[in-house]
Write a protein that binds this ligand. Sequence first.
Ligand SMILES: [Zn+2]
Length: 382
Amino acid sequence: MRGYSPKLQVSFDAYQVAPQGRILRTVDLRNVIAILPGRSPRRVYVSGHYDTVARAGGQGAANASGAPRDPDAPAPPPADPNAPLDNLAPGVNDDGSGTALTIELARVFSQSGIDFDATLVFMCHAGEEQGLVGARLHAQKAVAEKIPIEAVFNNDIVGNDKGGNGIVDGATIRVYAEGPEDSPSRELARFIQRWGGRYVPSHRVRPMARPDRFGRGGDHSAYNQLGFTAVGFRESRENFTRQHDVRDTFEGISLPYLTQNARVNAAAAATLALAPPPPVVVSERGQPMITRAPSGYDANLKWNASPGAVAYRIFWREAWGADWQHDLLVGNVTTAVLPNTQIDDFVFGVAAIDAGGHESFVTAYVSPARANTAIRTAGSQQ
Ligand SMILES: [Zn+2]
């Protein structure tokens, strides 16, 4: 990546990891990080993982066994710690595909000549198969050093379009996003669907309202668990017999399909990095700035101005629904009133737009969860 552009700052994001789980001795772990500085420090990540694993039977045998698995359970140590760890593990799809996509976008973005507002980060994680180790370490560092990560586009197993059951789908990609319903990660998935669809209409984004596939995990979850906005791209039809297996080779890859997935990532990441940051819609006390004023039956929305925004778009949908149904472009204002629109019946959100028309993802107005209040009964001691 150093050869792509002098603008790209390429280095190792290095750690020493103590023995734990499948890690049997102190090891040096190096994520590979390429930073394309923007006008602001807020960061948009595109990532994959460059480590891989192969074990007897691979993922196909693990799935067929029917054994349930907790993706957050610590990995068990190997039965024989002295067994040689040199079995053939090509890892072309898991996750050579996501790594290649990340490196290619580092090339395209750093050579584009485009001046982005956000700082773009192209990250090849290590140690994913040992428990998201490289991603967790970087996310921990981001918390400790207050690095403003706005979004993570994690790509893991995005290169194969032929399911192991014979079903072929080279025209769609899944994007997994943790809840709850209007979490920033869900808004990021809706954003990728909207802007991926705008620029790459031949490829359909399928948002998935869950953290990941059943019993499976990926690096985006390491960021989610520390409070960051992150989603996971996954091919639509997996071939499990080619995962975690010596058969994860180039024969199991469709380069046209991987290219389409790279285009969707590029369209959404570029739009997000060009746009202003998403508006803040809560007060300093964390309350959503939405009321029924002035009539008592209106939807009255307020938000804080986003740096660089020249207009805003408000969105709404019925409170029982996944996708935004209505939107309205409003000017360079920080309040909007929809008369006679009951705020109890709809979800509302707002996005910031720059002079070039680039839109942020939507920030939704969400009621904070309420704590339980215990009621004492007469005669009780407490
Ligand atoms: Zn993987």
